[in-house]
Design a protein around this ligand. Structure first.
Ligand SMILES: Cc1ncc(CO)c(N)n1
Ligand SMILES: Cc1ncsc1CCO
Length: 216
């Protein structure tokens, strides 16, 4: 059994709740209120900017130029996705560049940045993996089950697409390779980081669905 299969099995209950979450169900049906999608896209643009930094810092920890290049490529793609997909939605829906991170986005980005800065390469890779893998699975699920025409088609195509799929496979392969030579202790920390980031993926969608605000 590959290490990533073990990760998937461990986090399956979290993934199932993500797939069943009304944000993703309504995205699939095309009935997600525009206000919630706009909130999500704006928060996700803030997310992707920090995610790119975490990817670059993680890449800098790899012991070889091959994986450094992989992670720098992921970071570059995250910024390009932010520019292309998000800015087109910003225009189409008149989303203003205003406001700070909601608590869910704040928690997730700060977790990824702190793990990439302060934990080992192995643990940072495991923490970053749900961003790739869960989005791929959600993208594929929505693509296969969507009601069309769907107003959120561009978003669906981006994450169910082949290009994103290649990046996801690369990240999975790196994680499996690292786990093979990791100690049990490091592998345990990788599992915990993967679970925490998966929970934060749920939190991020839920935050958008609730139009989450700071309590004070
Ligand atoms: C919150 C979040 N996780 C993962 C991705 C995938 O890039 C994204 N765009 N946003
Ligand atoms: C994970 C991820 N999300 C948006 S871009 C990107 C890197 C893919 O290369």
């Amino acid at each position: 059994m590959k290490f990533t299969d073990l990760l998937w099995a461990n986090a399956l209950p979290i993934y199932e709740q993500i797939q069943l979450h009304p944000f993703n169900q309504e995205l699939k049906e095309g009935t997600l209120p525009l206000e919630k999608f706009k909130f999500y896209i704006y928060q996700d643009s803030l997310y992707l900017a920090d995610f790119a930094k975490a990817l670059a810092v993680t890449g800098a920890k790899s012991g070889n130029s091959h994986e450094l290049l992989d992670f720098l490529g992921f970071a570059q793609n995250a910024i390009l996705v932010e520019r292309a997909l998000h800015l087109s939605y910003f225009k189409e829906y008149n989303i203003e560049h205003a406001g700070e991170k909601a608590p869910g986005c704040f928690a997730y980005t700060n977790y990824l940045m702190s793990v990439s800065a302060f934990e080992s390469y192995e643990v940072a890779v495991a923490a970053l993996l749900p961003c790739f893998w869960i989005y791929k699975k959600v993208g594929d699920y929505i693509y296969a089950n969507q009601i069309s025409p769907n107003p959120y088609q561009n978003w669906i195509n981006a994450y169910s697409g082949e290009e994103f799929g290649h990046s996801v496979q690369k990240a999975l392969d790196i994680c499996d390779r690292l786990a093979e030579s990791a100690t049990d202790n490091v592998r345990q920390k990788m599992i915990e980081a993967y679970l925490t980031a998966s929970r934060l993926e749920y939190v991020f969608w839920d935050s958008a669905y609730q139009l989450e605000q700071w309590a004070v």
